[in-house]
Write a protein that binds this ligand. Structure first.
Ligand SMILES: NC(=O)c1ccc[n+]([C@@H]2O[C@H](COP(=O)([O-])OP(=O)(O)OC[C@H]3O[C@@H](n4cnc5c(N)ncnc54)[C@H](OP(=O)(O)O)[C@@H]3O)[C@@H](O)[C@H]2O)c1
Length: 230
């Protein structure tokens, strides 16, 4: 985790900010603040008052509002800004992907005939699948959601990756899943479900990452650390 690498640097005072979406965030040795800043203006105020000198946006690739806000705030304050993210997954031989641009298109791609769907899209996006109640869903999330948030006919598994390939294979078979819906979040942690789908010959409806261009991007820890120490 990048926070751990930063915590090991005696000359850097790091701080992690989280939106507060999960009840049990991963632990690390850096100070933590939780909750929104109140848009770009609030973030500018926070960065100024806290005397922040460098900003790394290490949020999820699909969290575009905070990424744009952070970029704008840093442009305004002329602070060095880096996007630390994961490379999106690429199609390899054997994959049966239907690539779609957003959740609404993923719902359309599921079609009208009932399917058994593994939903690897997170709690917030899963709510949208209420629009397609003809399907049975298996949803894996970090914290259990409120009942009203569930897609109809939804079974929940609570868990946080990484997951072993053999466990993903067993899960997809046990629940008789015939299609996987996933955000193309990239990185290793969520990838085993994609490998498992390939091995079982299952279709994957893959939601492409939002189009967001950052000026400075790092995919690895060393590049991110150089940004802080240069
Ligand atoms: N979207 C996903 O698929 C996904 C998946 C896994 C994890 N996450 C994580 O969950 C968080 C929320 O995701 P989202 O898609 O709702 O984000 P978003 O749409 O980009 O952001 C919504 C609002 O949440 C607040 N926020 C987001 N990240 C924050 C942070 N690190 N620190 C403080 N405030 C933050 C900001 O509120 P203010 O405007 O008030 O500052 C922001 O405007 C992100 O940090 C992301 O990394 C998202």
């Amino acid at each position: 985790m990048l926070a751990e690498r930063i915590a090991r640097e005696p000359d850097i005072q790091g701080l992690v900010s989280l939106a507060g979406r999960t009840n049990t965030p991963l632990s690390h040795d850096l100070p933590l603040r939780i909750g929104g800043f109140g848009g770009v203006d609030g973030l500018i105020r926070y960065l100024t008052e806290s005397k922040i000198s460098h900003v790394i946006d290490a949020t999820h690739p699909f969290a575009t509002t905070i990424s744009l806000n952070a970029q704008k705030a840093c442009d305004f304050l002329r602070l060095p800004f880096l996007t630390f993210t994961r490379e999106p997954w690429r199609l390899v031989p054997g994959d049966r992907w239907i690539e779609v641009r957003d959740t609404a298109s993923a719902i359309t791609a599921l079609g009208v005939a009932p399917q058994r769907v593994f939903l690897g899209v997170g709690r917030q996006a899963a709510v949208n699948f209420r629009e397609a109640p003809q399907h049975s869903y298996l949803l894996r999330i970090i914290d259990p959601p409120q009942d009203r948030e569930l897609p109809i006919e939804c079974q929940i598994i609570v868990g946080r990756g990484p997951f072993a390939l053999e466990d993903e294979l067993a899960l997809l078979q046990e629940y008789k899943i015939n299609v996987v819906v996933s955000k193309n979040s990239g990185g290793a942690i969520g990838y085993t479900k994609i490998v498992a789908a390939r091995k079982l010959g299952l279709e994957v409806i893959m939601i492409s990452p939002p189009k967001y261009e950052s000026k400075f991007v790092a995919y690895d820890y060393d590049t991110a650390m150089k940004f802080l120490t240069a």
